[in-house]
Design a protein around this ligand. Structure first.
Ligand code: PLP
Length: 358
């Protein structure tokens, strides 16, 4: 057949989403599986958000505000930065894609730690850029020294995932300062802080507060996790004004829907509730970590809403055993398994499944 698409895409791995409750119902006949595979916070939409969405849905026949101005202003106030430094998008993954599009021409290099967020290789390849993967340290952290040493004249963008998905490792300020000082000023560093609200280590810096004055740093955040909007798709970034302006030029027009903008605005009014929920999740994270360690599993300390079990090539078997007991976790063969922190009851079900699987 005549080739209609780029041949280099043949070698590109597809993004594998966490399996769904419906998948287990269909394949294993398990009606009420527990999903701990996609890092959502388990407590439902925030108060007032469903009402805001219902109201906004009445105007769905009109295009959204393309600049998401009201949301930008609300975020600017919350983050204490100028509104022209904020860009919203259809989830932070879409913004990550746009960042690569805005910085890389085919053949340019994108550096990231590996294993890290599995969209990075797909995004880099999609833009025709070359991925430079720097293996995590033996303690499942970014190897920032090697990442800095990997910068070449072709490097245009570096993803730093803090805390790292899927290992949960947080990067502390002194190490991040040293790394950022070593990066040339014409290379953009994207601090991907999808799990920022779950960070409890005071040494792990808030990228917006700490690095806002550095023009080559972009901080990427999402409303999918702590803010409960994974299904509506809303992410944002904070960048220098000229970087933000360039990004807006390549942004898909109207990619933040009216409904998602209204939901995000309503969610931002619920900061206390977000804090309360995050505290529940992080307390459970510590409980699950301790319980797993008692089962003699290595579990690195996590700063996010998931824990990492570096089970190596036993990852797929462990995940499949948990699925047979109705708990969906995420295997990254051949490295390990990532388990999202759920409600206390869900976590108990996972711990029972883990004990049986191990
Ligand atoms: C590190 C990291 N960045 C970005 C994202 C994308 O989030 P979203 O596109 O839902 O905003 C995720 C989602 O899992 C993530 O783990």
């Amino acid at each position: 057949m005549t080739r209609l698409t780029r041949s280099d895409l043949d070698a590109l791995p597809a993004y594998v989403p966490g399996r769904n409750v419906a998948d287990l119902a269909r394949e294993l006949g398990i009606a009420e599986a527990i999903k701990l595979a996609s890092n959502e916070v388990p407590y439902g939409p925030l108060p007032g958000v469903v009402e805001a969405v219902t109201e906004a849905a009445r105007s769905m026949h009109r295009y959204p505000d393309m600049g998401a101005l009201a949301l930008r202003d609300a975020l600017a106030e919350r983050l204490d930065v100028a509104a022209d430094r904020i860009v919203t998008g259809c989830g932070s993954v879409a913004l990550a894609e746009i960042l690569v599009k805005a910085t890389c021409l085919p053949g340019d290099e994108v550096i990231y730690s590996w294993r890290s967020f599995e969209a990075y290789p797909i995004i880099a390849a999609g833009a025709g850029a070359t991925s430079v993967r720097v293996p995590n340290t033996a303690t499942h952290e970014h190897d920032l020294t090697r990442m800095a040493a990997s910068i070449t004249d072709q490097t245009r963008l570096i993803f730093v995932c803090n805390p790292n998905n899927p290992t949960g490792a947080g990067i502390r300020k002194d190490a991040l300062d040293r790394f950022l000082d070593a990066v040339p000023s014409d290379v953009l560093v994207v601090l991907d802080e999808a799990y920022r609200e779950l960070v409890t280590d005071p040494e792990v810096p808030d990228g917006v507060q700490t690095y806002a004055d550095r023009p080559n740093i972009v901080v990427l955040r999402t409303m999918s996790k702590a803010w409960g909007l994974a299904g509506l798709r809303m992410g944002y970034l904070v960048a220098a004004p000229e970087v933000a302006a360039a990004i807006r030029k390549v942004l898909t027009p109207f990619s933040s829907s009216t409904v998602a903008q209204a939901a995000a605005l309503a969610a931002l009014d619920q900061e206390d509730e977000v804090r309360r929920r995050c505290a529940l999740v992080t307390a459970e994270r510590e409980r699950v970590t301790e319980a797993l360690r008692k089962l003699s599993v290595e579990v690195p300390s996590s700063q996010a809403n998931f824990v990492w079990l570096p089970l190596g090539d036993r990852a797929a078997a462990f995940a499949s055993s948990c699925e047979n007991r109705g708990v969906i976790v995420r295997a990254f063969q051949p490295d390990g398994v990532r388990v999202t922190i759920g409600t206390p009851e869900e976590n108990d079900a996972f711990l029972a499944a883990a004990e049986a699987a191990l």
